[in-house]
Design a protein around this ligand. Structure first.
Ligand SMILES: Cc1cc2nc3c(=O)[nH]c(=O)nc-3n(C[C@H](O)[C@H](O)[C@H](O)COP(=O)(O)OP(=O)(O)OC[C@H]3O[C@@H](n4cnc5c(N)ncnc54)[C@H](O)[C@@H]3O)c2cc1C
Length: 473
């Protein structure tokens, strides 16, 4: 029998760890307190270059590019292959040309990655990684009829040119191959793949109450359908998301981290066109904070607005408290996570999000609230809230603390865990690095049906469990 590994938490970090370990000679038990997997904070964007974040370093952007390529190769069924447009409003003090050196650096790096391994060309041909549009270019596109099946950068830009208030923008506007991610398809796909693995025990509706270090491994106590149970494991992976530090405090492990609560809003809008994602840059936390317009099939759009009235919240960022005390969000946020939102607040914030985006797409003012928001709390290791790349730490023997802040970091994280298990002697055999494409890609019909069921159970329109495009440009 292989070593026994406990993974606490069935978010992206926990399920990716279980998928990777499930192919090795170990017995994995995955504990998740919700009744389905991947039910934590949402994700909709593959940060293949970090172009949404002007404030981060070039090295974080390069890491996000590399990790996103691996993520798209490992989870091909999760990616919605539609590009992202980055627009800088006139109200923003920055110069959009400042984005160009970084885009060139990313394109060059992507070329190198593809030269080393042509299977990594998941963002399309490197020469098309980004395209710049001047005002004159958009004016020419206004004349053209939009298409429901865009096949080139220009075709994606036709509705942008036609519907955006281009007098309100600075130029150039950028189209970049950063794609969408579908969290419902990820939740469904991993549930199907993990249930087919004989050495993975999936324990949903199961809450881990206590973890304690033993002489050679960990003792874990949990409640499962009202019963209190415990067992010993040779290795423990803490992938409990924003509850990571609370669980560690029980075991006497200290970790400096923050917790941030954020939300994105689901709207319905009558539009016949196939839209790209659009980012309207703006200073975070101010009334003109960045706006993010994310398309789903069927006329559904998810909106972020980086203002306190939309995505961010007063007291929504809990800072480290020192000592063994884990960071703590005010109670109303935990209440939202456990019991949901008041409908009046859903409407107020969704309407604010619609107005935020309608400043740039005037016809979008007719959009309506479609459902409860996508929301949740996430941990951010350290004390820098702009950190976008983190993977995993090993602060105790035979113990891994997952720390991802973007889902694309989950494969580097899982690989580091495998290496640590080898160092600790928990894994004896030589382990190959993560294989692509993932061997457990589920059958499309079962995956689509389960993704739709997850969306419905959680109160979202089933269209948001679908993706519009199956192939890169
Ligand atoms: C509004 C918003 C938008 C975002 N957008 C993006 C995006 O576009 N792209 C991107 O890459 N990232 C995005 N993120 C970040 C992304 O959501 C997180 O990085 C990621 O989901 C973290 O995954 P995780 O597995 O570490 O944690 P989680 O998803 O929180 O998983 C932890 C799991 O552990 C379970 N758990 C906790 N305690 C216990 C216990 N005691 N016993 C059993 N189970 C337990 C929880 O129920 C949960 O399912 C966004 C975050 C927010 C808040």
């Amino acid at each position: 029998m292989g070593a026994r590994v406990a993974v606490v938490g069935g978010g992206v970090a926990g399920v990716t760890t279980a998928l990777v370990l499930g192919r090795l000679d170990v017995d994995v038990t995955l504990f998740e307190k919700s009744h389905s997997l991947v039910s934590g904070p949402p994700f909709c964007h593959l940060h293949a270059g970090g172009n949404l974040y002007r404030e981060i370093s070039d090295s974080q952007c390069l890491k996000l590019l590399e990790q996103s390529i691996d993520f798209a190769r490992f989870y091909p069924y999760v990616v919605d292959y539609r590009p992202t447009v980055i627009a800088t409003p006139k109200s923003d003090p920055s110069d959009p040309s400042d984005l160009i050196p970084r885009l060139l650096m990313l394109k060059e790096e992507y070329e190198k990655i593809v030269q080393n391994d042509p299977n990594s060309a998941v963002l399309g041909p490197p020469e098309h990684y980004f395209t710049l549009y001047e005002k004159e270019d958009l004016k020419k596109l206004i004349e053209l009829q939009p298409t429901t099946e865009p096949k080139s950068a220009d075709e994606w830009m036709i509705p942008v040119a036609g519907e955006l208030d281009i007098e309100n923008l600075k130029f150039p506007v950028v189209l970049v191959q950063e794609y969408g991610l579908n969290l419902f398809r990820l939740g469904a796909g991993v549930a199907l793949a993990l249930s087919a693995m004989k050495n993975v025990q999936l324990k949903t509706s199961t809450e881990v109450k206590e973890i304690r270090a033993g002489t050679e491994g960990w003792r874990v106590e949990w409640t499962e359908h009202g019963r209190e149970l415990c067992s010993s494991f040779d290795y423990l992976v803490n992938a409990a998301g924003f509850k990571t530090a609370e669980l560690e405090a029980i075991a006497g492990i200290y970790s400096e981290r923050m917790i941030e609560f954020k939300a994105a809003y689901i709207t319905k809008w009558k539009t016949p066109w196939q839209w790209p994602e659009i980012i309207f840059h703006g200073e975070r936390g101010t009334p003109r904070g960045m706006g993010q317009f994310t398309p789903y099939p069927g006329g559904y759009f998810q909106l972020h607005g980086m203002t306190k009235e939309i995505t961010l919240f007063n007291e929504g960022l809990a800072r480290p408290r020192g000592g063994l005390m884990p960071p703590k969000l005010p109670e109303n946020f935990e209440k939202k996570i456990e019991r949901g939102w008041e409908w009046s607040e859903v409407q107020k914030r969704t309407e604010a999000a619609i107005s935020h985006i309608a400043r740039f797409i005037p016809s979008f003012k007719t959009a309506e609230t479609a459902s409860v928001p996508l929301f949740g709390a996430q941990q951010i290791p350290g004390d820098d809230p702009t950190l976008r790349v983190a993977e995993v730490e090993f602060p105790a023997a035979r113990y891994a603390r997952c720390e991802i802040v973007k889902v694309s970091s989950s494969l580097d994280m899982a690989e580091a865990i495998v290496r640590d298990m080898q160092r600790e002697g928990v894994l004896q055999s030589i382990v190959p690095s993560i294989a692509f494409p993932h061997a457990n890609v589920p059958h499309e019909r079962a995956l689509g049906a389960l993704a739709a069921r997850l969306a419905k159970e959680r109160g979202y329109p089933i269209e948001v469990s679908r993706r519009s495009r199956f192939e890169p440009l």
